[in-house]
Design a protein around this ligand. Sequence first.
Ligand SMILES: [Zn+2]
Ligand SMILES: [Zn+2]
Length: 364
Amino acid sequence: MRVTTDYYAVLGVERNASLDEIKRAFRNRARQTHPDSNPGDPQAEHRFRQLAEAYEVLSHPEKRARYDRGDTVDLGDLFGNMGGFEDLIRSVFGDAGPFGTGQRTGPPPGSDVLVAVEVDLAGAAFGEVTEVGFRGDVRCEVCNGEGTAEGTSRVTCGTCDGVGQVRTARRSFLGTMMSVQPCPTCHGEGSLVTDPCRRCQGGGRYQDTHKVRVEIPAGITSGTRLRMTGAGEAGSRGARNGDLFVEVTVTEDDRFQRRGPDIFYTVQIGVAEAALGYRIDVPLLDGGTESLDLPPGTQPGERFRLDGHGTAILGRRGRGDLIVVVEVRVPSDLDEDQAEALRAFAELIGENPAEPARRRFLGR
Ligand SMILES: [Zn+2]
Ligand SMILES: [Zn+2]
């Protein structure tokens, strides 16, 4: 037959594509185009058929050469009754077909678990060890997860002969299409329990409280999710456990504000203290205090840095800084004597404060 379809375009490959590239392109497109992937799409079988045709021709050097020259190409029994199409699919995907894994499904793994944990700023700064608890499947210690009563063992599933999968054939005008599903009898496990363990009723696991020790790393920030591989729920019969995800919230601190690895501490001092200098005790994250001398002439908003007193930096050495921010409190409720003294002081330094409100003096 003479072919008018552009097989290279159908496969999405260049005209000089190698056999490997053609095979790869076919594998990818066959999965997307397969009628099983496109239920209800009447065009799917046609597209899939075209794809198979393109592959059949371009994967055979002599057919490809004829096609390239514009000669007629023999598609052989590709869509006939001899199973040519099925052979083609099997040659590319193996016995399991385009969607099979080609291997036993095996017992299902355990579920992942997410728990929330709160730490305070010091805990986040230096790391801490905590314990989280949750309910979920644990491996049965009586049967060691096998699900079988003592002295018995599992028997091979008769439905799938221990493979864990069953193949079903579907007739279509393309020929027979195979698909592979987990075995419904053994749920993909390949074997069955005839005499179940009494502790777990044959499941190999049962619900219980998990207690997991969690190390919160130093320098962690709020909202971080830690993943603990295998610390989630138990898998059935030796299948892997789920993972435990620990979402860490760092609680607000009423003394410090955190910005990255730096923490900010705001202190209020008086006007005279700012002008004449003042010693303050700065609280530290790890407890205790450090005294800091604010020099004479300290300005509102001025910052002082205590190196290395911030939080640890996640995954790195060193720590951030503790930054002291000074606020200067201007007195707002001076009595007469205080106001008088301040006026005298203002005169000395050449300031011109507003005249006292006479009524206020008279009123008292
Ligand atoms: Zn058991
Ligand atoms: Zn089975």
